[in-house]
Design a binder for this molecule. Structure first.
Ligand SMILES: NC(=O)c1ccc[n+]([C@@H]2O[C@H](COP(=O)([O-])OP(=O)(O)OC[C@H]3O[C@@H](n4cnc5c(N)ncnc54)[C@H](OP(=O)(O)O)[C@@H]3O)[C@@H](O)[C@H]2O)c1
Length: 275
């Protein structure tokens, strides 16, 4: 499987498994199956309430822990230093591990001490308990402040990214700073299956539309994707996207699609204008 490796301590397979909103046994079963199929990148978060289920799957698996990349995240209401450290400790306990491969701030907060939050994040990396650190759902101005002004060694940003939503500015920034961009909701929650341009490309290659949407992301330098798939069939189909070869005509068709369909924007989301 292709990997993204960067100077900030990241070494991550490009294709991962999203776990939200799976819980309990369903989540353990799906992660166990994914590990059996060859997935080595699992995306979870404190807020998903499924880290224990992910930890159980890893504990049962024959795959050694060091071969699995695990991302977890701290929720935006736990960003003062004490709460963040407690949330992080809890994540490690639930995951039955003494480190995570990537630890992210899940969303920016509105009223917070950004410098103290980032210092705490960086301290987790310096202690070796988070092998790499990053942010999710940060608009460009904020990620620029953290990386360029505060000089925090961020290895990755995780944002909504798919064929119907441009992230050109963030991607450009990520590449200039040797950061990975991890695409969440990479299938636009399976809306890609109903998009005519994607259907047309899929028909030409005789594959499902989801594979076209995923491979378009995975072909991009520095981009990873974490589709959530609960069934073995969908997990296998998503893995098969790695074999697909898109051509210039396919890419031109996708480039011509409207790119303003943001699906994830809860009440606490930041202003996306500059994203
Ligand atoms: N950082 C953040 O704020 C944030 C926000 C949202 C999501 N995420 C992460 O990103 C992951 C993925 O995002 P998402 O769940 O929003 O959307 P998504 O991965 O784009 O779509 C998931 C949906 O697509 C279906 N699906 C998966 N593979 C398929 C296939 N081959 N054919 C047909 N349908 C398929 C799944 O169905 P089945 O389950 O039935 O297979 C599920 O209904 C989450 O699980 C989470 O880990 C992070």
């Amino acid at each position: 499987m292709q990997r993204i490796v960067n100077r900030h301590g990241l070494d991550m397979p490009k294709l991962g498994l999203g776990t939200w909103p799976m819980l309990g046994d369903e989540c353990t079963r799906a992660v166990t199956e994914a590990l059996d199929l060859g997935y080595r990148h699992i995306d979870t978060a404190a807020a998903y309430n499924n880290e224990e289920a992910v930890g159980a799957a890893m504990a049962q698996s024959q795959v050694p822990r060091e071969q699995i990349h695990v991302t977890s995240k701290v929720w935006w209401d736990r960003l003062n230093p004490e709460d963040m450290r407690a949330s992080f400790d809890n994540s490690l306990r639930a995951l039955r591990s003494d480190y995570v491969d990537l630890f992210l701030i899940h969303w920016p907060a509105q009223d917070w001490d950004l410098a103290r939050t980032i210092d705490t994040l960086v301290a987790l990396k310096e202690a070796g308990r988070a092998r790499a650190i990053g942010v999710a759902n940060f608009p460009l101005a904020l990620v620029r402040e953290v990386v360029e002004v505060m000089q925090a060694p961020l290895a990755a940003m995780q944002v909504e990214y798919h064929v119907a939503l441009s992230q050109a500015n963030l991607l450009d920034f990520a590449r200039r700073h040797d950061m990975a961009l991890i695409a969440y909701s990479p299938l636009a929650r399976n809306k890609v299956s109903e998009m005519p341009a994607i259907q047309r490309i899929a028909a030409r290659h005789d594959v499902p539309p989801t594979q076209v949407a995923l491979k378009w992301l995975l072909d991009q330098a520095g981009v990873a994707a974490v589709p959530k798939a609960s069934s073995r069939a969908n997990q296998l189909a998503n893995l098969a996207s790695l074999e697909l070869r898109l051509d210039d005509e396919d890419r031109a068709l996708i480039a011509g699609m409207p790119k303003n369909q943001r699906l994830v924007s809860p009440a606490f989301a930041p202003c996306w204008d500059e994203a």
